[in-house]
Design a protein around this ligand. Structure first.
Ligand code: ADP
Length: 484
């Protein structure tokens, strides 16, 4: 039942109470006129005081109440009640009763007014924050009630009585299981119910709502849940927009690093192509002999196939990195993502005279994620590590790349023996546009962090100036399969 309906019901019951009070007051007054009882007019005044407390503002109510006290006193004086000590005692009793009732009515009126103000504020806040109230019971009979704001969120007419069927009807078909789980949790009488799901409006619009409900009372086995339902569509839409702009930015920086890697990429493709040509020529020679050596020719063909496969793999990696595709979350073998990134970086590390120390120790570990985005993170960390070692001449330039499974996460470590990072700039490292390079953009690590966080993981760094830097990231492990 909506709050408006409840208010209408309350008004109706107030009106009935008012009529009843009038009737009772009149009867007492009539009785008093005939039987000359001192208490009856007081009851009539009390009724009047109660009525005016309900209807009027505080000053008007006080005027009415004081007038009643004055009239009671006036009739006592006019009827010369002070001559009879029994009437004096009766008058004092009535005066005390009327004054006490006036004070009590005043107190309750103030409390009611405060409550009404709070309710108005509450309803206003609900409207502004797009948060409605919702309550339900799920025992022998399913009952639902909600506030006007919830009616607005569900976009139902204000005067309809809510039902679970109405909730289901507005729920996005793909999220029906979430809503069913709420009903199941309520039936199991669970303590806190918290969900986020989508609504599908009749005109095709999608809304995102968040609901949190707590059990209110458990009397005689009946458990009533009361909670709040918030329309979070706007914030979800801005998150999505932010995510898309981040993805675009990530694409731009990816393409930029592709430019930086052009020489390595050319080399990576050139090498297998040269091997293809050499093997093709020797194959021809083996066949053109007066007595063709088919075994050697077959070996040459195998080398051709091997090298062409390698070249096409490199091209596939580059195409994937430079393509602006929507983010995809698929089950991927983590070590494969790392080794594919290393394939692209081989020449670059060699150019920087960096000795890679690779240990892929997460065999069979699957992560759910976007392969291209994760490759971007790894490539960025490797580029930074190589650049940090450019000016190192007094020790070996070692790039340590280790993967491992720790608890329920896969961890990648990219460590270098470069210049290291001063302690005071460590906290700013992941800030957008933070760079210490004269031609740096300062977006690499910031994008790395948002990609890792998007994958539900975390990235961190430790460094010692003059010794080297260690970047690590961990993302949730989705499966560990040793059969493949
Ligand atoms: P950019 O490379 O364009 O400067 P990044 O966000 O990738 O942007 O890096 C930000 C800064 O972090 C770099 O300018 C550099 O000072 C520091 N940094 C990143 N990786 C390393 C590293 N491996 N060793 C030393 N400093 C690093």
């Amino acid at each position: 039942m909506s709050i408006t309906q409840r208010c209408k019901q309350l008004l109706l019951s107030d009106a009935l109470a008012f009529l009843a009070a009038i009737a009772a007051g009149s009867m007492i007054f009539i009785t008093n006129s005939y039987l000359d009882l001192d208490i009856a007019p007081t009851l009539f005044y009390i009724t009047l005081v109660f009525m005016s407390a309900n209807i009027f503002s505080v000053p008007v109510f006080l005027t009415v109440a004081l007038s009643c006290i004055a009239m009671l006193s006036a009739s006592f004086v006019v009827e010369e009640g002070y001559r009879d000590h029994r009437l004096i005692a009766g008058f004092v009793r009535c005066l005390i009763a009327l004054t006490t009732i006036t004070l009590l009515a005043l107190r309750s009126k103030r409390a009611t007014d405060r409550l009404r103000r709070k309710e108005a504020l509450f309803l206003g806040a609900q409207k502004l924050s797009h948060t409605g109230s919702i309550g339900f019971t799920f025992d022998d009979k399913e009952t639902v009630w909600w506030s006007d704001e919830t009616t607005r969120i569900f976009e139902y007419p204000m005067d309809v009585t809510p039902t679970t069927t109405m909730i289901r009807a507005r729920t996005h078909p793909e999220d029906l299981s979430i809503v069913e789980s709420v009903f199941e949790q309520a039936a199991r009488k669970e303590n806190l119910i918290e969900v986020e799901h989508r609504l599908l409006m009749p005109d095709g619009r999608i809304k995102h709502v968040q609901m949190i409900a707590n059990p209110l009372s458990n009397q005689g086995g009946r458990l009533e849940y009361v909670g709040a339902l918030m329309d979070v569509t706007a914030s979800r839409q801005s998150e999505e927009a932010l995510f898309h702009s981040q993805a675009k930015l990530a694409h731009v920086t990816r393409v930029t690093s592709m430019g930086e890697l052009a020489a390595s990429i050319a080399h990576e493709i050139n090498q297998p192509l040269a091997a293809v040509i050499t093997s093709g020529e020797s194959c021809k020679r083996w066949i053109n002999r007066p007595e063709p050596n088919l075994e050697e020719a077959r070996r040459s063909l195998d080398r051709i196939i091997q090298n062409s496969t390698r070249a096409s793999k490199v091209i596939a990696c580059i195409r994937a990195l430079s393509r602006q595709s929507d983010v995809q979350r698929k089950a991927e073998v983590f070590d494969e993502i790392v080794s594919d990134s290393l394939t692209l970086m081989q020449h670059d590390t060699a150019n920087h005279q960096v000795r890679p120390n690779v240990h892929l120790g997460a065999a069979g570990a699957y992560v759910k994620g976007d392969r291209v985005q994760l490759q971007q993170v790894i490539i960025n960390l490797i580029i930074n590590a190589c650049q940090a070692m450019t000016n190192v001449h007094d020790r070996a330039r070692t790039l340590r790349i280790h993967t491992s499974v720790q608890d329920h996460e896969v961890v990648l470590e990219v460590a270098d023996t470069g210049t290291g990072i001063a302690e005071d700039i460590l906290p700013s490292l992941f800030d957008p546009f933070f760079t210490t390079k004269h031609n740096g953009l300062g977006m690499g690590l910031s994008i790395c962090r948002s990609i890792i966080e998007f994958h539900g993981g975390r990235i961190w760094v430790s460094s010692t100036v003059g010794v080297g830097t260690q970047f690590l990231f961990a993302i949730p492990l989705t499966a560990l399969r040793h059969d493949q």
